[in-house]
Design a binder for this molecule. Structure first.
Ligand code: F6P
Length: 567
């Protein structure tokens, strides 16, 4: 990693890249393709069921050579080793970032400061597996004796987005021979998602998973408290429920807490204090960051949807990417190359917006997941040593399913004033398992349609007007400048293993960029002040603080709320 005196912008390769960028700024992507018909071979790499096509980046061989030199000068190889071997890479919190340890095989070993942690990791997975098996066997019964049907995950940020994204992506992998358990997610502190579930679900057959690394997050705890009181209110009087037997006995609060709540956290004390019974507490460690935590017990909703066998495949796919990250030379290393493409766009081509565009409906939540992964990790402006940076770091990153985004914000991609780099993501094969031949034929045709659109969009972004051979005179409003870079990631097929590899690819890309920018991707101090001020503001809203010390806007907003309450 760059030392205190050598910020990345003072490294020789950075300076070379600046000059090189001046020369390349005026070269259109279509010319780069014209000059080198083998760009696809040159800039495409494959590993773990993924193909990464970087040929539509606005770069050439020299660019890549200079970027690889930058990675060397910034210490990327040493940093990869430090990350994977459990060094304290999270400097502001003085701890390792060991999400990769959660996907090590059981026969591996990883000595972290004198302790082999692999055994403990696999014990926690085994404990999770036991809970999953009970639920899948229909043996987990609610307080009135009925098997659980609905599991609602209460969590936010990393305790929500990873499991939400993966359960949605891999819903086809649901085992068929299990007691049906439906998994749902409630994250927002305003209670809207939860209120919907509470209005529809039977409390007797509903179980809540409280997922919170810290177990202090108000969003999750406020949902948890509402859920607890909903259950207690209904089940303690269950003798009055419409379908209760005439012999139904009163049910204790302790039994309700025991049968209707599982906790997942790094803080067993706080789970116990809240009322989670110790056998229903799943643990993880301080050295797993929230947004990197889906691989362990926070992944319980995933295991409930796809089963433990598929969950282990997800881990195996991520582990394959970890090994590649550690072993492949920089020039063939997918996360390194993806990270370098980002550095080139942000710091040298001045492209500070990045759109994530999957062409597969199952990846609906992938962009939301990456928004946290990338922006909470690298949305920083001080170096690891606490100096202000004077170069750009994480771009604004957002996205949506590509086919839907075509009818929403692609207008800006093609003709707006803001340059945007896009990641297109799609599986090559789909729908082979659909039984009915006619439906299979239709769905496969739809898959081809989606791929055609995906490939067409990156081509138009690259070539602009020249995408059409017959290009007569056009008015300005029908012109496309092109020259917009993009990356395409193809999955052989969307499976637990390839999804694991895809997520790990992005996790490591974020790390590579953080190393080059000399920032710590594993803390998130930027979210703390807002939490404090919200506590303060809540006291004022509740009439327990001094409204007079608020600014005029905040005062006006609070008074508007008070007036509405009284109306
Ligand atoms: O406030 C941000 C954050 O700390 C995220 O980093 C984290 O994923 C989320 O809140 C939820 O935190 P927890 O799992 O501790 O409830």
């Amino acid at each position: 990693m760059a030392s205190a005196t050598a910020t990345p912008d003072t490294l020789p390769a950075w300076q070379t890249l600046q000059q090189h960028a001046q020369a390349l700024k005026h070269v259109h992507l279509k010319n780069l393709f014209g000059e080198d018909p083998s760009r696809w071979q040159h800039f495409t790499r494959q590993v773990a069921g993924l193909t990464l096509d970087l040929s539509k980046q606005r770069w050439d061989d020299d660019t890549l050579e200079h970027l690889l030199a930058l990675a060397q000068e910034a210490g990327v190889p040493g940093a990869i080793e430090a990350l994977l071997s459990g060094k304290r890479v999270n400097v502001s919190e003085n701890r390792p970032a060991l999400h990769t340890a959660l996907r090590l095989p059981a026969d591996a070993s990883l000595d972290v400061e004198g302790e082999d942690i692999v055994g403990a990791v696999h014990d926690s997975l085994a404990q999770m597996e036991r809970l999953v098996q009970r639920l899948h066997a229909g043996q987990w019964r609610g307080a009135t004796g009925k098997p659980i049907r609905h599991v609602v995950n209460l969590g936010v940020g990393g305790s929500d987005l990873g499991p939400l994204m993966v359960t949605h992506a891999l819903a086809d992998y649901r085992p068929s021979d299990i007691h049906p358990v439906e998994v749902h997610f409630a994250s927002t502190m305003d209670g809207s998602q939860l209120a919907d579930y509470l209005s529809r679900f039977n409390p007797e057959t509903t179980l809540f998973v409280l997922s919170s690394k810290s177990f202090t997050t108000i969003d999750t705890l406020s949902n948890a408290n509402t859920a607890r009181d909903w259950l207690i209110g209904r089940l303690t009087q269950h003798a009055d429920l419409p379908d209760a037997s005439p012999h139904a006995k009163p049910i204790s609060e302790a039994l309700i807490l025991r049968q209707h709540f599982i906790g997942v956290s790094a803080s067993p004390d706080k789970m116990s204090e809240w009322g989670i019974t110790p056998d229903h507490q799943l643990m993880f460690w301080e050295w797993v960051g929230g947004r990197y935590s889906l691989w362990g017990t926070i992944g319980l909703p995933i295991a409930l949807v796809i089963g433990m066998e598929n969950f282990r495949e997800l881990l195996a796919g991520a582990h394959a990417m970890d090994r590649h990250f550690r072993e492949a030379p920089l020039e063939d290393n997918l996360p390194v190359l993806l990270g370098l493409a980002g550095i080139w766009n942000v710091n040298f081509l001045d492209i500070r917006a990045h759109s994530i565009l999957p062409y597969d409906g199952r990846l609906e939540y992938f962009a939301a997941y990456l928004e946290q992964l990338e922006m909470e990790s690298n949305g920083k402006s001080v170096t690891r040593q606490g100096q202000a940076v004077n170069y750009s770091t994480c771009p604004v990153l957002w996205g949506q399913l590509g086919p839907n985004a075509q009818h929403a914000f692609y207008q800006l991609l093609h003709q707006g004033t803001q340059p945007v780099v896009c990641d297109f993501i799609a599986p090559l094969k789909r729908y082979d398992e659909v039984e009915d031949p006619d439906t299979r034929r239709h769905l496969k045709a739809q898959h081809r349609l989606a791929l055609a659109n995906c490939f067409a969009q990156s081509r138009v972004l690259m070539l602009g007007n020249d995408a059409l051979e017959e290009d007569g005179p056009r008015p300005e409003h029908k012109r496309y400048r092109g020259n917009q870079p993009s990356t395409t990631v193809l999955l052989d097929k969307l499976t637990p293993a390839t999804l694991g590899a895809l997520i790990a690819l992005y996790e490591h890309k974020v790390f590579v960029q953080a190393v080059i920018w000399d920032i710590n991707p594993f803390d998130q101090w930027g979210v703390e002040l807002g939490k404090q001020i919200a506590t303060d503001t809540q006291a004022i809203i509740d009439g327990e603080g001094d409204l007079g010390r608020m600014d005029a806007s905040s005062r006006g907003l609070i008074e508007a709320f008070w007036a509405a309450e009284q109306a």
